[in-house]
Write a protein that binds this ligand. Structure first.
Ligand code: GLC
Length: 629
C-alpha cells in the first residue's frame, strides 16, 4: 500500500435533504455524496413481480404525458432522505412499503440554486434538433461509406417522450433475434455521442446523460441482494406499455446486470458516464450541465462506489470477470487494465468537474491521492518490455520483505512461450492484469489505449505502446483494426478460463477477435502522441471493408479476415467509431480536448509519499525522473 490517506472515509458533507431519483432540495447549499452508509436493513421486501415504479411527467409535442420507469421494486419506497450520521457521513433511509403510491414529479431536478433556468431533461418541441438531415461539414466530399454511416447512425437513434436519448446497440433489419442489442448500452453510446458532438449536436448527449443519471439510483436486486447505489446500468430500453383506452406510455427499463448473461455488474458504465460528461462540456462549452446539483451528486455517487474502503492492498479497482467491454468470462477478474485505465480517466475527469467549494476539497484530495498511487502502481508493475521480461525471467521467488524485487511472487516459469518470441526489441505495453503470483501477459487494446489517452502511462511508455502496435501491425490490425486482445486463449486454457464458451472460441469475439469500434480510441491515442500516420492507415483499412461487410460488430480469425461467426451487422458503435475516427483526424484541435497530459503534481505526491517511508527522494525533480521509467 502506497498511501493510506486516499480513501474518502473522512469526507464530511453538510446536511441536505435529498431525493436523488426524483428531485433535489439542497440544504442549505450543499449536496451529499456518500452513499456508503446506506442502511440496507431498512429496505422493504422485494415484490416478486414487476410493478410500476417511479413516474414522471415529460413534455412532448406540446402536451403532458405521464411516463414511468419500469422497476420491480421502486414503488416500495416513497421517500429517500439523507441525514448526517455520527461519522459525518450522509445516511440514506428508504422508507415506505408495498402500499405506497407511485410518485408523480413534474420536473426531474429543477434546482432553485442553479438559477440557470434548467428545463426538464426532455426538451420542448422548439429545442429539438432536426435529426432528419445529419450531414457532416468536413469541407470535402464525404465518401459513400461516411454517407451511409450517418444515415445508419440516424436510424439507430432511440427516442423517449419524443426526444433523442441514445442509440441502439445494433440495428439489423434482418436480425430476428436481437437479444439485448435493441437496447441503448452506456459504453456503446460513447462513440455515437462523440460523433454527434463533433458534428455540433449536443442535445441527444445531454438527454442521454440526464436520463441515465435518473437510472443510476434505481433500486436493483439479484436474488434479494442489492449492489451499491451509484451503479450505472449496462443498458436501458424504452418500452411502450399499454394504458387504458388504447393509450400507451413510454417507460425506461434499465439493466444493471440482473438480466445480463452472467449477472455481472457493469463497472465501466459509471466510468464511461463521467468521461462522456466531461467530453460533452469540453466540446459544447455547456459547463452548466456538469455544474447541476443532481449531476454533481451523480459523479460523487460513482466516485463513492470506486473509492470506498475494502480489503484492497492495491490502489487498482478489484472487479469480477466480465465487468467491462469484455462482458463474459475471459479470465479478467481481479485488477484488469481496462478498468484501471477507465478509472484513472474518470478520476481525472471528476477532478476537473467537481464544483470548487469547501465540500469538494476532501473529494479532490482523495482523488489526487488515488490518482497518484494508481499511476505509480500501473507504471511500475504493469509495464512490460524486453528488459522487463528478462528481469522476470531471472526473478528470485519467495522473497519475504517490504523491499522485495519480485513483490507479487511471480514464478518465471509462467512467462508464456509466445511472449518470449513476440516481445519486440523496441516498444512495450501494459499487461492485462496483475494478481499474487499471476501476471496476465495478454495485450488488451482498450486498456493500453486509455493508458495513453489519460496519461496513466509515462510519456515514454505511451510512445512505446504505439511503437509496439506499429511493429506488431499484422497481429493487432491484420485485415481489420483492432484486436480486442492478443493472443487468443486456446485448447486447455480456453476450456478452463472461458468455461468452454462457444462464443469465445480462439480468435473469435472477445477471445482475440477484431473490433472496429476500438478504432476511435486508437485514433485519439495516435493524435495525442503525434502518430496520425498510424491512425490514418488503420482508418483507411477499415473503410475499405466496413460498408461492404455491413458494419459488423467484430471479425474472426488470427488476422481478422472473416466477419465474426455470431457477429451482429449494422452494429452502431462500429458505425459511430468509424465516423468519430474520421472527424477526430480532421479536427485534431478538438480531439486534444479529449485527452490528458502528464500531471507532474500527481507524481510528486507519490514520490513524496514514498520518500516519507525512506524509499525515495522527495522533489519535483525526483518526480520527473520517476516518470522516465
Ligand atoms: C457485447 C459486448 C459489449 C457490448 C454489447 C452491446 O455484449 O461484449 O461490450 O456493450 O455487446 O454491443
Amino acid at each position: 500500500m502506497l498511501l493510506n490517506s486516499q480513501k474518502p472515509a473522512s469526507l464530511g458533507f453538510e446536511s441536505l435533504k435529498f431525493d436523488h431519483t426524483l428531485k433535489l432540495h439542497s440544504h442549505p447549499s450543499r449536496i451529499l455524496a456518500s452513499w456508503s452508509a446506506l442502511d440496507r436493513t431498512q429496505k422493504p421486501n422485494v415484490a416478486p413481480n414487476p410493478i410500476w415504479g417511479q413516474s414522471r411527467l415529460c413534455r412532448a409535442r406540446g402536451e403532458h404525458l405521464i411516463t414511468r420507469v419500469w422497476s420491480n421494486v421502486r414503488n416500495n419506497s416513497t421517500a429517500v432522505e439523507t441525514r448526517v450520521n455520527e461519522k459525518n457521513f450522509e445516511r440514506i433511509y428508504v422508507q415506505g412499503g408495498l402500499s405506497a403510491k407511485p410518485l408523480v414529479v413534474e420536473r426531474i431536478d429543477k434546482d432553485e440554486n442553479i438559477g440557470r433556468g434548467e428545463e426538464s431533461v426532455v426538451g420542448s418541441e422548439a429545442e429539438k434538433v432536426n435529426y432528419e438531415n445529419l450531414e457532416v461539414s468536413v469541407g470535402r466530399e464525404e465518401s459513400e461509406g461516411e454517407k451511409e454511416a450517418w444515415r445508419l447512425l440516424q436510424d439507430a437513434i432511440v427516442t423517449y417522450c419524443g426526444s433523442p436519448v441514445g442509440t441502439l446497440a445494433a440495428n439489423d433489419p434482418g436480425d430476428k433475434q436481437p437479444l439485448n442489442y435493441d437496447q441503448v448500452f452506456i459504453r456503446d453510446f460513447v462513440p455515437s455521442a462523440l460523433a454527434f458532438l463533433l458534428k455540433g449536436e449536443g442535445e441527444i448527449v445531454r438527454n442521454f446523460l440526464l436520463h441515465t443519471l435518473q437510472l443510476q439510483s434505481w433500486e436493483k436486486t439479484v436474488d434479494c441482494y442489492s449492489p451499491g447505489q451509484g451503479l450505472m446500468p449496462a443498458s436501458f430500453k424504452v418500452r411502450s406499455v399499454p394504458l387504458d383506452e388504447n393509450k400507451t406510455e413510454e417507460v425506461l427499463d434499465p439493466d444493471f446486470g440482473e438480466s445480463a448473461i452472467g449477472r455481472v455488474a457493469p463497472v465501466d458504465s459509471g466510468l464511461w458516464w463521467i468521461i462522456l460528461l466531461r467530453a460533452y462540456g469540453k466540446i459544447t462549452g455547456d459547463y452548466a450541465l456538469q455544474e447541476r446539483v443532481d449531476v454533481q451528486t451523480g459523479i460523487k455517487l460513482i466516485l463513492n462506489l470506486c473509492l470506498s474502503d475494502g480489503f484492497d492492498m492495491f490502489p487498482s479497482l478489484l472487479v469480477t470477470d466480465g465487468s467491462c467491454m469484455i462482458d463474459r468470462r475471459m479470465g479478467i477478474h481481479g485488477h484488469p487494465l481496462e478498468i484501471q485505465a477507465l478509472f484513472y480517466s474518470a478520476l481525472r475527469s471528476s477532478r476537473e468537474m467537481l464544483a470548487a467549494d469547501d465540500g469538494a476539497k476532501n473529494w479532490v484530495r482523495a482523488i489526487n491521492n488515488r490518482l497518484s498511487a494508481l499511476s505509480f502502481h500501473i507504471r511500475e508493475y504493469y509495464w512490460l518490455d524486453m528488459k522487463k521480461v528478462n528481469e522476470i525471467y531471472r526473478y528470485k521467488t519467495e522473497e519475504y520483505s517490504t523491499d522485495a524485487t519480485n513483490k507479487f511472487n511471480i514464478y518465471p516459469e509462467q512467462i508464456p512461450h509466445w511472449l518470449m518470441d513476440w516481445i519486440p526489441e523496441k516498444g512495450g505495453y501494459m499487461i492485462g492484469n496483475l494478481q499474487p503470483a499471476h501476471m496476465d501477459f495478454r495485450f488488451f487494446t482498450l486498456g493500453n489505449l486509455w493508458s495513453i489517452i489519460s496519461s496513466l502511462g509515462t510519456p515514454k511508455q505511451n510512445k512505446s505502446v504505439l511503437k509496439l502496435i506499429e511493429s506488431k501491425w499484422d497481429d493487432l490490425m491484420g485485415h481489420m483494426p483492432l484486436k480486442i486482445c492478443y493472443p487468443a486463449l486456446e485448447y486447455e486454457e480456453w476450456r478452463i478460463i472461458t468455461g468452454s464458451d462457444p462464443k469465445n472460441t480462439p480468435w473469435s469475439y472477445h477471445n482475440g477477435g477484431s473490433w472496429p469500434t476500438l478504432l476511435w480510441q486508437f485514433t485519439l491515442a495516435c493524435i495525442k502522441m503525434g502518430r496520425t500516420d498510424l491512425a490514418t492507415k488503420a482508418v483507411d483499412l477499415a473503410e475499405k471493408r466496413l460498408k461492404l461487410d455491413r458494419w459488423p460488430e467484430y471479425y474472426d480469425t488470427r488476422n481478422g479476415k472473416f466477419i465474426g461467426k455470431q457477429s451482429r451487422l449494422y452494429q452502431t458503435w462500429t458505425i459511430a467509431g468509424f465516423l468519430t475516427s474520421k472527424m477526430l483526424l480532421e479536427n485534431p484541435e478538438t480531439a486534444s480536448r479529449l485527452f490528458w497530459d502528464e500531471d507532474y503534481d500527481l507524481l510528486e505526491i507519490c514520490v513524496c509519499a514514498l520518500s516519507n517511508s525512506g524509499r525515495k527522494k522527495c522533489s519535483r525533480g525526483a518526480a520527473r525522473s520517476q516518470i522516465l521509467v
